[in-house]
Design a protein around this ligand. Structure first.
Ligand code: ADP
Ligand code: MG
Length: 290
């Protein structure tokens, strides 16, 4: 017997490194006419590195002490930025004390008690009402500035840099061609870093500083305007948008468990170009089915 077209398409998608969870999803992928992309871990490689460690004056912390507190608090987190902070501390041979009472807020950051001190690590604009020029200077260059607050007092900043995926710009262009509309960027990161990266990727429509609920609202708004939105993301913060989208695809290698479970398809091999390839496969299969 010959395989039904949608099942052959699923097998082909598998060869491109995409796990499509059902024939229904395989069919829906070809219907999308708008695309919303996450930034960190989706358009970027998701293996960020700490480039700057800057204690604030008057806190009595040096670089090593600041990085130790931040990394100890971040250790339980699965966020790519958390891994960058822990790797930076390990790279400097720092011993990390155990953290207690760990909490994380998607799109914001983490808190934990380290050596009796309450440490918060996260987006400066979410932790403080008024952040000064230091974060802005890091962000202008496309880096993500992460603020470390110790016992309620701002203690320092970490600058974190991630690279655009090599196939990001080509993928954005293919998706624009295939769907007939320019992809939009939905990110929790700061507007300056987001604009810098969007420019490199060829994206004009950038929405930054978004919480998970804001990403969801953006997708709902596009859908209620009649669009069938494809969401591509990797984080816990992308899960609500992935669930609400016409079709959701998760980046598998470094993606959070929640994103992988929520998405309709998973990119198992780490190539963003597999997204337009799979949409094209669906289109072809649908022509054979109809
Ligand atoms: P994106 O939407 O680009 O994938 P996220 O929503 O995951 O980004 O994160 C948004 C912002 O929240 C980050 O740029 C960072 O400032 C902050 N943040 C989130 N999680 C963490 C964490 N574990 N450590 C430090 N900062 C974090
Ligand atoms: Mg992400």
């Amino acid at each position: 017997a010959t395989m039904p077209p949608l099942l052959s398409a699923i097998a082909n998608a598998g060869r491109h490194g995409v796990l499509v969870k059902s024939a229904v999803v395989m069919e829906r992928l070809g219907q999308v006419d708008a695309v919303a992309l996450d930034k960190t871990g989706t358009l970027t490689e998701g293996s960020p590195r700490v480039t700057d460690v800057r204690p604030l004056p008057g806190t009595g912390l040096d670089e090593r002490a600041l990085l130790t507190l931040a990394a100890a608090a971040e250790r339980p987190s699965e966020h790519p930025l958390a891994r960058a902070v822990v790797d930076a501390a390990r790279g400097r041979g720092l011993d990390l004390p155990d953290a207690q009472d760990f909490t994380s807020a998607p799109g914001v950051g983490v808190t934990a008690v380290v050596d009796g001190r309450t440490v918060a690590v996260g987006a400066p604009a979410r932790l403080l009402d008024d952040t000064d020029g230091t974060a802005a200077e890091l962000e202008e260059s496309g880096r993500t500035a992460v603020l470390v607050v110790v016992d309620g007092v701002p203690a320092g900043l970490l600058g974190i840099a991630d690279r655009l995926r090599p196939d990001a710009a080509a993928t954005v262009a293919s998706l624009a061609r295939l769907t007939g509309s320019a992809p939009v960027l939905l990110t929790g990161d700061n507007p300056r870093a987001a604009a810098h990266l969007a420019d490199e990727a060829g994206i004009d429509d950038v929405r930054a500083g978004l919480l998970p609920q804001d990403k969801l609202d953006a997708v709902r708004e596009m859908e209620s305007a009649g669009r069938k939105v494809l969401v591509v993301g990797d984080g816990v913060n992308d899960a609500p948008a992935l669930a609400a989208a016409h079709t959701g695809i998760a980046m598998g290698r470094a993606g959070s468990d929640l994103a992988l479970e929520t998405a309709d398809a998973v990119i198992v091999r780490d190539e963003l170009a597999a997204v337009p390839a799979t949409v094209a496969l669906s289109r072809r299969a649908r022509r054979l089915v109809v």
